[in-house]
Ligand binder design. Sequence first.
Ligand code: ZN
Length: 218
Amino acid sequence: MIKRLLVIILFVIAGASLAARPVEAKVIDEHIFLIRAGAVDEKVLKAIKEKLPDSLPMTVKVEMMEPRDIPESAYDPSRQQYNAEMILDAIARKVTLDVRVECALIIVDVDLYSQDLNFVFGVANKAKSMAIISLARLRNEFYGLKPDNSLFIKRAVKEAVHELGHVWGLAHCSNPKCVMSFSNSLTDTDKKKSTFCHECQKKLGKRYMTPFFKATLF
Ligand SMILES: [Zn+2]
């Protein structure tokens, strides 16, 4: 009787330990934190957060970080634009990231410039594992054209993926369809896809220990 009871107890313990075994966690290759700086439409942020993983070949987790202010010192009244690097540097000083597996994308809705360039859609800093994109020039309205929200979101995702690509060590790509091709204007942005070409994927793959090719994107 005692023997049978012991067997039953052991069986229950074994069953409990089996049930308690955690489901194998999904490997996350990269954590992306989105940081709103200044006034940015929540709906746009949400759309970028939702759509980003679909354009990336690795497994990512996208999270919102605490919003930040745009430093007033980054504004150049003579240009009526903000210095992209100054915003990035100011926010980078307040954010701690594990640069091996974490990065942050700052999103602003003010017009940005960088050094001698008239304007920039975004800027990346690989060492800081951070990038910044501006939504200001991605709307049709900026050019006096009819609003198109779906196109605007597509452009924002492309710019986000492009700058994150720089954060992950990719340079500009000569393939005009690749998201890493340089956009001199919105026409270039509209021509390219939101995904990395095969060559850029291969370069990106060296960053991760796990194979991440979810599908052939091109
Ligand atoms: Zn490419």
